[in-house]
Design a protein around this ligand. Sequence first.
Ligand code: PLP
Length: 430
Amino acid sequence: MNTITSKQTPWQSKLAKTTTFQQLVREHGCVQVVSPQQLQETMQTWERTFQNIQFFPAYKAIRSPALLRTIKKQGWGIDVSSQGELEQALKEGFENISCSGAKSNKYLEQAVQHNCLICVDNFSELQRIQQPARILLRIANPEYSEHTDIAKKTRFGIDKKELPAIRTYLKEHPYLSHTGYQFHGDGYTPEMKAKIIEFFLQEILLDTQERFTPEIINIGGGIPVLKHENAQEIQERVVSLQRGEYNSFLTPEKKQEYEKLLRKELTKKQPQDYIQEILHTQSSQGVSIQQLLKECQVQLMMEPGYSLFWNTGCSGFHVIETKKIEENYVIVEGTMFSMSSRMFEHIFDPQLLSNQKQELYEAYIIGILCREDDYLQGRKISFPQQPKTGDILFYFNTGAYAHYETTESQQQQKPAYYYLSEKGELKHDL
Ligand SMILES: Cc1ncc(COP(=O)(O)O)c(C=O)c1O
């Protein structure tokens, strides 16, 4: 069996069985549903567990207005990465906003005007701020001892070598309030993140000698999530890849990338465990990072995206039909963009919602775009039986980034977006 089973998030399992959901999928072809309650539950748990961390969820990971409202209701801040996101956050009434990413003049001006925390990406951007503003310096290359192949060099942020020149500039422009530092990167172990925090604490020490009073260290997102039910299934897929038995349209190079992707999945932890490990890592001062931050009176801030939202959403695709040209194909009423599969390959099997019972059927899932690469996933999927017209393929845990590549290319319809209300009704997520 060519199977990788996703974590079965309970509200999603329940939703998949309802006729209302199934009718919506048949009506729209592709539907994404999010659950504000799931998000609220996660936020409340994190809040209880990590009372000394300020979480500013990364807006970029979602499109859902309902989820945005939920974050506001919880009283959390938000991290935006564009002028559009900033405008939506302001409309929703957010007052605690941090602004990341490269910034146009308009985005920057609006951020200053609304007293946002500006995560400065480069020296030139800093020089474009002409009015009083609270800034965090985003550093591209803080120190860390190890380097894994998943931790990539980032093009975002300031080279740490520029820090002395930046301090001089900040002294000459006292209307810029140096509030602290930011870093974001994927693939870092808790120990590496702890080292990054220590690096920033040392910089803060240098800052205080120059009479600056920075008080925040923001270590961004990139928190891993354990999303699989069964690690052995993933190990088996890796082995079948290595044996060259992996039947796929992928090129050899892409197969290697796929193998890496699967292996990476095996290293994942629960987000809360990962954060705890950062906090409990022993610093070079002999105390934990948590204790060191407390002693230095520095606030830790994080911008979780994937790890906060992954299980807040799920997706359904209507099966149009199946066909065979040497391989089997299931054609669904959606496209590779409906799940942003180019950006985040969803490695888990969809569940087939069907009443029929037949024999095992292995197939690729393809969309309705008139282009060769419109595959929803890069590997063949084993179905308990051959999907039939009117069946539904249900994907668990597509709450983060699944909207990213949404497009109307070839005038195809976008997915329909709904949220699950407190009363359990499906409402348009406009
Ligand atoms: C500055 C910043 N913060 C937070 C995030 C969220 O990251 P993740 O979804 O890995 O948690 C990103 C993602 O690209 C980012 O660029």
